[in-house]
Design a protein around this ligand. Structure first.
Ligand SMILES: [Zn+2]
Length: 219
């Protein structure tokens, strides 16, 4: 099974990638994890990556593609791609590579979420500035409102979770995912799934969808 996941930040894509890889017995390939591990490994590639990340820049497509191709080559049993491809160029290069080894993607799951629900997932988040514990006003509130369960510190909203920043992040994502959606739609492997349910519900929905498509024979 070869799967790629698309979805906005906050839709639970990373969580689903871990669960699906486990259930489908394939390798979870998270671009974020891979970048971090390469960076800390101190390889030549890692040094280049460090340079981009430390300067707040996106890792260029060519580098990202090389990195992911290496990892895909080490996952003969299949994989779930998480955070890659992120641009049309990455998607095109990935397709070229997978075609060349005769292992094209089976399905691309496009997670969608109502904008109001998505915003609330960020705006309800509170963090402890001392120990880093993360809370959510709706789903994981602290025992005493506004205070950390661990050390009683006053909880704060991260700069990234401020409404204007969240809105901008969502808009940026929407613009960047459109060409990917069109690309995979044209290939006939895109499925769109509402990610509003609980993590269990969403995982079950993806597995059912794979089975319905006849792509999840080993589920
Ligand atoms: Zn704390």
């Amino acid at each position: 099974m070869r799967l790629a996941l698309l979805g906005p930040p906050g839709a639970g894509k990373g969580t689903q990638a871990v669960r699906l890889a486990h259930r489908l017995r394939v390798t979870h390939l998270s671009s974020g994890d891979i970048l971090r591990s390469e960076k800390s490994a101190g390889t030549a590639l890692g040094m280049q990556i460090r340079d981009f990340i430390d300067h707040g820049k996106l890792v260029p497509d060519a580098l990202m593609i090389r990195l992911m191709e290496n990892r895909i080559a080490q996952a003969p049993g299949g994989f779930v791609l998480d955070g890659f491809p992120r641009t049309l160029v990455q998607a095109q290069e990935l397709a070229r590579f997978l075609d060349s080894i005769r292992r094209p993607l089976d399905v691309v799951v496009n997670f969608v979420l109502d904008e109001a629900i998505l915003s609330r997932r960020f705006e309800g988040r509170r963090v402890c500035p001392v120990c880093g514990s993360v809370y959510h006003l709706d789903t994981m509130p602290p025992e005493v409102p506004g205070l950390c369960d661990q050390d009683g510190q006053a909880l704060v909203i991260r700069p990234d979770d401020q409404p204007e920043v969240v809105k901008e992040r969502i808009n940026t994502y929407r613009r960047s995912v459109e060409p990917l959606v069109a690309f995979y739609e044209q290939k006939g492997i895109l499925v769109t799934l509402n990610a509003a349910g609980t993590p269990n519900e969403v995982t079950a929905a993806v597995l059912k969808l794979l089975q319905d498509r006849g792509a999840g024979k080993n589920v």
